[in-house]
Design a protein around this ligand. Structure first.
Ligand code: GLY
Length: 438
């Protein structure tokens, strides 16, 4: 039997829970900040609590004494949940706080790549209250730029020239604004190209890539509207993407392997968990946009449901550092995930609205995110509500299944119909060709 403590409450964690529970020996216990009906139905026990209430996490871990913990979201990683569990001699899938800086500190990652001469960095500068006077000169030497607060911002702090501000003065003003709340700000050249997510599993020595996926940040069809946590994503049966070559994936993996090695050299600790690289293919090659220290949401849904290898075995290999001894296999299937979100999301989401889910296709999966099961049904909160996943032999069929599933969800909600469709994929391919000058 494997007693596992899962921390997290979203669709990503529902999907992690389902994948862990495919192993009949799993006994799952969950620590979550809201009652996700999917996770709770898979759990033998659960505890509700916030991710900064480490005493509560500690008490629950002490009570159930799991064989290991799986930390889903970045917040508990940033709060030191893994360090705390370590003290209780409980291993975790997820890095300690200092290693989670890979996600929580943009400057840490940029400096790490620079120091260890790892390719993948764009041109960048890091500014704080002592050297902000130099930022104007740096900005003047760049083409268009991107400004990133140095810390967790829930995906909302990054601002891009052309989208969020237009001029170098606008960039400088935003840098100064960021420094009111963050110790430093990272200024980067704006990169043009197509993005892909490469979620890698690592025991600190061996790094294994899962199939690449592409997320869709904008709220509305046609990549319009505000940025969101991610409206949906897709992956292909050949474990590439229509605009992505094997060489590109190889470059992303190589950068991640070198980064894992560099982290060990820098901190003396092995990184055990997920290194999820957000990459972009540019005319000059593959560049790293950012690392996340956890699985992606929605991209988890593109990889775990098609993992053939027992996920508990994979987790044990991460903990025992023998990931090199196992082969992690994935089905040759395409996946399309569409998120159902409350009307008004992300700026003014319709909270506490009842949603109803009708009949869904045979090959569809549903993963609950920010919904609450109450007497009388399922209700929206303020974030993404339900992830609808189609799995099939090709993208077309996977999209149809995801679409039919998404349509079956009724209430004050919406979703992006275009994710995974031929039309949008062709747009991506043609954009890539333009960028590469083909
Ligand atoms: N897909 C974006 C994220 O997980 O942060």
């Amino acid at each position: 039997m494997a007693k596992i403590l899962l921390v997290g409450n979203g669709a990503r964690e529902h999907c992690i829970a389902e994948t862990l529970c495919r192993n009949k020996n799993t006994i799952l216990h969950s620590y979550l900040k809201s009652k996700n009906p999917g996770i709770i139905s898979l759990s033998k026990g659960f505890e509700l609590g916030n991710y900064n209430d480490l005493e509560k996490v500690k008490d629950y871990a002490n009570k159930i004494k799991p064989d290991f913990a799986f930390i889903g979201p970045e917040e508990p990683l940033n709060n030191g949940a893994v360090d705390l569990l370590n003290k209780l001699k409980i291993n975790s899938i997820g890095p300690a706080k200092s290693l989670a800086r890979l996600e929580t500190s943009k400057s840490f990652t940029r400096n790490l790549l620079r120091k260890y001469k790892i390719e993948g960095n764009p041109e960048f500068g890091i500014f704080n209250e002592n050297n902000i006077g130099d930022a104007k000169k740096f900005l003047d030497g760049l083409g268009q730029c991107v400004i990133k607060p140095d810390g967790l911002t829930g995906g909302k702090g990054v601002k891009v020239q052309g989208d969020h501000f237009q001029t170098k003065k606008g960039a400088l003003d935003y840098c100064n604004e960021v420094l009111q709340t963050h110790p430093s700000v990272v200024v980067e050249e704006k990169l043009e190209g197509e993005e892909f997510s490469l979620q890698c599993l690592t025991d600190g020595k061996t790094v294994v890539a899962t199939p690449p996926a592409q997320d869709h940040k904008r709220a509305f069809n046609g990549d319009k509207g505000p940025n969101t946590g991610g409206m949906g994503s897709y992956s292909c049966e050949n474990h590439l993407l229509p605009f992505l070559t094997k060489k590109d994936v190889g470059e992303g993996l190589k950068i991640t392997q070198k980064a894992a090695e560099a982290i060990y050299k820098e901190t003396g600790e092995f990184y055990k968990g997920v290194m999820y690289g957000g990459f972009i293919i540019t005319k000059k090659g593959v560049r790293l946009l950012e690392y996340n220290a956890r699985l992606g949401d929605p991209e988890t849904m593109n990889v775990l449901p098609i993992m053939e290898t027992d996920f508990v075995e994979v987790c044990n290999a991460i903990i025992n550092q023998n990931l090199n001894k196992i082969k992690i296999k994935f089905q040759s299937k395409a996946t399309v995930c569409k998120y159902i979100v409350p009307k008004g999301y992300p700026d003014n989401p319709a909270k506490n609205e009842k949603i109803e889910i009708g009949a869904i296709p045979k090959d569809a999966r549903l993963y609950y995110a920010s919904v609450e099961q109450k007497e009388g049904g399922l209700y929206t909160t303020q974030s993404r509500a339900v992830a609808c996943l189609g799995i099939a032999d090709d993208l077309d069929d996977a999209e149809k299944i995801a679409e039919e599933t998404a349509k079956s969800v009724k209430g004050q909600v919406f979703y992006r119909e275009d994710i995974g469709t031929k039309k949008l994929i062709e747009k991506r391919v043609s954009h890539m060709k333009d960028v590469l000058g083909n």
